[in-house]
Design a protein around this ligand. Structure first.
Ligand code: MN
Ligand code: MN
Length: 330
């Protein structure tokens, strides 16, 4: 269950209303790289971890919940940036300025609707809405959860990178010191989360390639030169590959290679110590291991999600009584 604390995680402040920036900031409220996406992504991923990987369940739920707190900070900031709008709109009988200042009358609103987000005036009455800065509604397909921590944690590292860069861009569009302080805090937390997910991924061994199957050693170290013109060389196509530690094989003419190898089916592994047999055996070993980890933690009938504290106490009490018994007999 959840509790709500009325205190924000960070002291959000706004020195003066700015409906234009409120619209830009919607990107982190209901946008594809925003706080609700982050919260829902880690929340949804956490379910699969609950039994087999309680340490990762704890991590995902801690960060998911912190992200909900960030959503609240962003929403509160948008509301403050739109201060006065709702009150002015409620003065329905009079044709007052909507956005408080003389510089932002109802007339201006109509003419600058493209920079002010018309929905602030026509739908939300001067508050946030779950859309991005262009008004596209938030959607569940922003959330990536694939039931495998070696995949999900990588999705999260990517999500944190994108959330961070959006804050970085947003900071260039306001000079309000109070708003900048909030954005700086939110940006920094994404940097913290990036590292937390990275460290968690590192505790899973092996974690590459993502998932279980180890991949085919005939194709894993081929760099295919598919574009014509100037060619660039770097650690992505020369030297050793970072994940599997194989030698990169630069294929100058992929068309010729395909023709000569009957569509790559006649290729033999090269530049790698992996063989088809070693891969098959690693596949079987890791399949058993991962499947056992999850199945051992997941009963197939009489399932319960959690234990309550009274139940836990009772068990603990029982255990300590049996521990005490021999002492009493002595
Ligand atoms: Mn966040
Ligand atoms: Mn984050």
């Amino acid at each position: 269950m959840f509790y709500h604390s009325k205190e924000l995680q960070f002291k959000a402040r706004v020195s003066k209303p700015d409906p234009r920036f409120a619209r830009l900031l919607l990107e982190q409220f209901g946008g594809g790289n925003g706080e609700l996406k982050a919260a829902m992504q880690y929340f949804v991923q956490a379910f699969a971890c609950h039994n087999p990987y309680p340490d990762k369940y704890d991590l995902l739920m801690d960060i998911a919940t912190e992200e909900l707190g960030h959503l609240e900070i962003v929403g509160a900031t948008i509301q403050m940036l739109l201060a006065g709008v709702n009150g002015n709109l409620k003065d329905a009988a009079e044709q007052n300025d909507v956005f408080g200042e003389k510089t932002f009358s109802k007339d201006d609103f109509i003419h600058t609707a493209f920079s002010v987000n018309p929905q602030f005036g026509t739908v939300t009455g001067g508050g946030p809405c779950l859309t991005d800065s262009n008004g596209a509604p938030w959607q569940g397909s922003y959330v990536n959860a694939n039931g495998d921590l070696t995949v999900d944690l990588r999705s999260n590292i990517a999500a944190e990178s994108r959330a961070k860069i959006v804050y970085e861009y947003l900071m260039q569009f306001t000079d309000d010191k109070d708003v900048l302080a909030t954005l700086n805090f939110l940006l920094t937390r994404e940097v913290a989360h990036f590292q937390q997910f990275e460290a968690a991924l590192d505790t899973i061994r092996p974690n590459f390639p993502p998932g279980v199957l180890q991949s085919d050693p005939r194709y894993s170290n081929i760099y295919s030169n598919h574009s014509m013109g100037d060619e660039a060389r770097g650690p992505w196509n020369e030297g050793r590959s970072p994940g599997l530690d194989e030698e990169w094989l630069y294929v100058e003419d992929p068309g010729r290679q395909v023709a000569e190898t009957d569509g790559l089916t006649q290729l033999r592994p090269q530049g790698t110590s992996r063989t088809e047999a070693s891969v098959r055996s690693a596949d079987r070993k890791l399949s058993k291991e991962r499947s056992r980890e999850i199945r051992r933690a997941t009963p197939e009938s009489n399932l319960e999600w959690c234990e309550y504290s009274a139940e836990r106490e009772k068990k603990k009490g029982g255990a300590s009584r049996t521990r005490r018994q021999p002492v009493e007999q002595m």
